[in-house]
Design a protein around this ligand. Structure first.
Ligand code: TYM
Length: 335
């Protein structure tokens, strides 16, 4: 038997909050990339419901979105037999390690997190401690599985760096306990921008519905939103930092068609933004159609979704316990 056969698989972990309808930012920036790891890595993809409650949720909606996010994972090509698909709150070790890591994370570090600052500004009535310690729970998610690679959008980079710092600090205080994870943040799709304001991130919590394309939007909605997308007055399809609207649309078009920026520029030479926006809308709606159809099929069988989350939690729990027993022994808990 050769070495490669004997070597353990590397591990991938990522998560998505069931806190709103998922956008093409979530899709292109994260979920679409998840399946590329399924064959060669041990993959854990988690619906992070405990992160979602850092902002008030309507209970029935949170429950529904938890099923929906799992179904979307599967509709986006994640086979439950090749990936461990589960819900964060079903594996109590996440909360347990989250607490422990709080004691190895500095107040100053958490205070510097830009997402905390943004969310505190947005939810000024509810700046709870969970919102503040959100990144330590995220570090626990990742470190619990001895993760090598974390596919995310660029907005999670700061959290990921903190997870690395916490792991390094813990390893130095005791001895090697956690793997130090690396991000997988492909440049082309790391930040899909809002269609209404291309200088800010497309976000599922944006109240302006026209700025966001949801994975489950109908073709009519997708076309309407792209038609309204903010561009500029030049009417020239060219990728450039000072043309954020057009460049964002080009990134989306590229992600759905596989064409390069040069090919896109040539395709729309001498044509106006109207034609271009139509083409982006078509490509996006066509790309999402199979996801939408598969999603509808999966949501019709809740019992199957429940069996997937149950099996996923059992598998995840098995790995999580191994790390927890190591952690508890090292810090001196009677175990
Ligand atoms: P969340 O639920 O906000 O987003 C899920 C994933 O989608 C990416 N993303 C984007 N990528 C490109 N352009 C956009 N406009 C865009 N919007 C969102 C996010 O970067 C993310 O990868 N804290 C995480 C969830 C989490 C997690 C984890 C991720 C909890 N624990 C452990 C990785 C590993 C979050 O809020 O993602």
């Amino acid at each position: 038997m050769n070495e490669a056969v004997l070597a353990p698989k590397k591990t991938v972990f990522s998560g998505v909050q069931p806190s709103g309808n998922l956008t093409i930012g979530n899709y292109l920036g994260a979920i679409k990339n998840f399946s590329r790891f399924s064959e060669e890595y041990k993959t854990f993809y988690c619906v992070v419901d405990m992160h979602a409650i850092t902002v008030r949720q309507v209970p029935a909606e949170l429950r529904r979105r938890t099923y929906e996010t799992l179904a979307l994972y599967m509709a986006c090509g994640l086979d439950e037999k090749k990936n461990t698909l589960f819900v964060q709150s079903h594996v109590p070790e996440h909360a347990e390690l989250g607490w422990i890591l709080n004691c190895y994370t500095m107040f100053g570090e958490l205070s510097r997190m830009t997402q905390f600052k943004d969310k505190s500004a947005k939810h000024a009535q509810n700046i709870n401690a969970g919102l503040f310690t959100y990144p330590t729970l995220m570090a626990a998610d990742i470190l619990l599985y001895q993760t090598d690679v974390v596919p995310v959008g660029v907005d999670q980079k700061q959290h990921l760096e903190l997870a690395r710092d916490i792991a390094t600090r813990f390893n130095q205080a005791y001895s090697d306990t956690f793997k130090i994870p690396e991000g997988f943040i492909p440049k082309e799709t790391m930040k899909i921008m809002s269609l209404a304001d291309p200088t800010s991130k497309m976000s599922k919590s944006d109240p302006n519905q026209n700025s966001v394309v949801y994975i489950l939007d109908s073709k009519d909605d997708v076309m309407r939103k792209f038609k309204k997308a903010v561009t500029d007055s030049e009417a020239c399809v060219k990728y450039s930092e000072d043309k954020p609207g057009v460049s964002n649309l080009m990134s989306i078009y590229r992600a759905f068609t596989g064409k390069t920026f040069e090919e896109i520029e040539r395709e729309f030479e001498g044509k106006g933004y109207g034609d271009f926006k139509l083409a982006v809308g078509e490509a996006c709606a066509d790309g999402l159609r199979p996801v939408r159809e598969e999603f509808a099929r999966l949501m019709a069988d809740k019992a199957h979704l429940e069996s997937v989350m149950k099996a996923g939690a059992e598998d995840a729990h098995h790995y999580a316990m191994r790390t927890m027993s190591k952690v508890k022994r090292k810090i001196g808990f009677v175990y």
